[in-house]
Design a protein around this ligand. Sequence first.
Ligand code: AHG
Ligand code: MN
Ligand code: MN
Length: 334
Amino acid sequence: MSKRNQTLGEFIIENQTSFKYTSGELSRLLNSIRLAAKVVNHEVNKAGLVDIIGAAGDTNIQGEDQQKLDVYANEKFIQTLTKRNIVCGIASEEEDDFITINSQDENHQNKYVVLIDPLDGSSNIDVNVSVGTIFSVYRRVTPLGTPVSLEDFLQKGSAQVAAGYVVYGTSTMLVYTTGDGVNGFTLNPAIGSYYLSHPNMQFPEDGNIYSVNEGNYLDFPLGIKKYIKYCQEDEGERPYTSRYIGSLVSDFHRNMIKGGIYMYPKSSKNPKGKLRLLYECNPMAFIAEQANGKASDGYTRIMDIEPTELHERVPFICGSKNMVEKAEEFMRNN
Ligand code: AHG
Ligand code: MN
Ligand code: MN
């Protein structure tokens, strides 16, 4: 039984036996992610001091090169997962190819691969607006004892074993699912522990927030244009209100709590959409569905899409069930 004020560490141990795969490996993996997220959080919080401690490209007082935060976050997550010898492979939005982890002593005995967007919403860093991290976990499909291969990463979202995100916001939260609902933990920075603050998170079935970059409006497919107009019409519960942070994690997080829809459709600038299927859309879709929400590309369930390449992009519509279904209706009929 989960209790408020329970720490994330306690929660992981207590719920370990309800995981489909009970080797403890997944628990160790989640523990590593929570640790790396704390380190990244610390760095994100210092971003405003950049004029004082030096910007990316500068050399700091210890003679180290200052890094861009997305590069830093990428390194931290990869280092933590590699050094603790927990996964057999990692794919990251920041890496061209996947990384094979060859543990000498265990000889490729780890079962899981991790896919990660280490820093989501990176354009928001310079202006002190919330950013995030998104992760997704799969069981490898190739045999244990062999190096991982591309097919271990190109799995449908429906095969995910766990997914989550960290939002580095006014407070830092880690939200994740292992396929048994969604729980949110808030970091107490004084103590360095995450506490269960949002048990069993659920998207309201309906909402009144729509989140989309309307700067691209003229380029959107007709169905999306008409759906946006529908959101703006003065009828019944409408007009809806518009909120767009420009950081998927933060926009999603708000919409899950308040009820809303997030859309990143295709446009002439981004003919396949902008968001990445493996690092952004699948994990958020898994969380959304586990929280009674929905995610689609306008026609197809996101988690049913068969990936063909690591950095593949797809149009993304995600949020409260009734709102996503309404947007799909506009897509079908236009
Ligand atoms: P990232 O920082 O990982 O590249 O992701 C940015 C994504 C997503 O977080 C956000 O919702 C979207 O790009 C914003 O794009 P626009 O600036 O084109 O609206
Ligand atoms: Mn991103
Ligand atoms: Mn990113």
